[in-house]
Write a protein that binds this ligand. Structure first.
Ligand SMILES: Nc1ncnc2c1ncn2[C@@H]1O[C@H](COP(=O)(O)OP(=O)(O)OP(=O)(O)O)[C@@H](O)[C@H]1O
Length: 335
């Protein structure tokens, strides 16, 4: 019996169509899985189905510690944190404690158990504040602290960082990762942001059109797209088919690894194209190039002077560093 949450032959239907089909998935206690996918991929559908929270037609098995989950078992095991924090009236401390109180823990014990989490998540100075006066970032921090204080077997996070500014998000991600380390919680983070997957999750599953296309360690999955859809999702937006490169596989590359060749060069790995447009982005300059096999985007660091770049319509050479072949990864669940 494997501790954690999982599913077998999970299918979800609504509105006369299949929204999700996941033959097998398992997240062990103590590990975090990021489910990364574009809008409409089925991420929230998967999360709700796993938590037995779905209002759609669901078939298959949801497993808690290797056994079929019931609603009552799941209610005790699970805490979910959603995109918009829902806080109760009262102070920050009262909100953090409320998760434990809701589970029947006495006030005295709830306070004793919640306080270390209030301190660990940096909320001590806000503990007496009215929760309704908090910023969205502070409110989400309270919501996450309330979830952690419960010590859940399963923690489901549905894009909880998406409304936060980048600094607040980075801080909360780091604090959450530190707080989860060593805890026997199986955590699933739904996100469309690969930086969040990198910051929080040891494992990542790529979900596209209701199917898991890749699943493995986060570092491996994020760097090894298996098809054009996953390449786009992971930021490898430049596709180079064999006809363009002479290689046996299609290669993919990130724009930041794709540059115009601005000086003389006889590098045989270059690609020929026509410069379509140049856009100054402040910290970088984007150059769009049309090739015989489709468009390529180059990203040059800094603000390139117009005089350094050839005019639109010029024939240009493009050099690609760190191109990756599209290679199917194993869909096996990581241990
Ligand atoms: N009741 C319904 N009937 C038909 N289709 C539905 C229903 N509810 C959701 N869907 C569809 O299911 C698909 C998956 O939705 P879901 O909210 O799970 O995606 P998501 O990956 O979480 O997207 P986002 O990142 O935009 O929140 C979408 O195409 C959505 O339109």
């Amino acid at each position: 019996m494997s501790a954690g949450i999982g599913c077998r032959d999970l299918r979800v239907h609504a509105g006369g169509r299949e929204l999700l089909s996941v033959p097998e998935l398992h997240v062990s206690s103590g590990r975090t899985l990021a489910v990364l996918g574009p809008n409409g991929a089925g991420k929230s559908t998967l999360l709700r189905a796993l938590g037995l929270l779905s209002s759609h037609r669901v078939s298959g098995e949801i497993l808690l510690d290797g056994r079929p989950a019931t609603r009552s078992l799941m209610r005790h095991a699970l805490v979910a944190v959603l995109q918009r924090p829902i806080l109760r009236r009262g102070t920050v401390a009262a909100n953090v404690i409320s998760g434990l109180r809701f589970r029947g823990v006495s006030r005295r014990e709830a306070q004793a158990r919640a306080w270390p989490w209030i301190e660990a998540l940096g909320l001590a100075s806000l503990a007496g504040r009215d929760a309704r006066s908090l910023s969205i970032g502070e409110a989400q921090r309270v919501s996450i602290t309330r979830a952690l204080a419960v010590g859940p077997k399963v923690l489901l996070l549905d894009e909880p960082f998406s409304g936060l500014d980048s600094t607040t998000r980075a801080d909360l991600l780091a604090d959450l990762r530190a707080a989860l380390t060593g805890q026997p919680t199986a955590t699933i983070l739904v996100t469309h942001d690969r930086q969040e997957a990198l910051a929080l999750a040891e494992d990542t599953a790529l979900l596209i059109k209701g199917r898991i296309r890749q699943h493995g360690s986060t570092a491996e999955v994020l760097d090894h797209p298996g098809d054009a859809d996953t390449a786009r999702l992971l930021g490898f937006t430049n596709l180079l088919p064999p006809a363009l490169t002479g290689r046996t596989h299609t290669l993919v590359a990130r724009p930041e690894h794709t540059r115009l060749v601005l000086g003389p060069s006889d590098d045989s790995a270059e690609v020929i194209g026509t410069l379509r447009r140049t856009v100054a982005l402040g910290v970088a300059t984007r150059v769009d190039v049309d090739t015989a096999a489709g468009p390529l985007t180059c990203l040059h660091p800094g603000d390139l002077l117009a005089t350094e770049l050839p005019p639109a319509g010029s024939s240009v050479r493009v050099r690609i560093r760190h191109a990756r072949p599209l290679t199917e990864m194993s869909l096996a669940t990581p241990s």
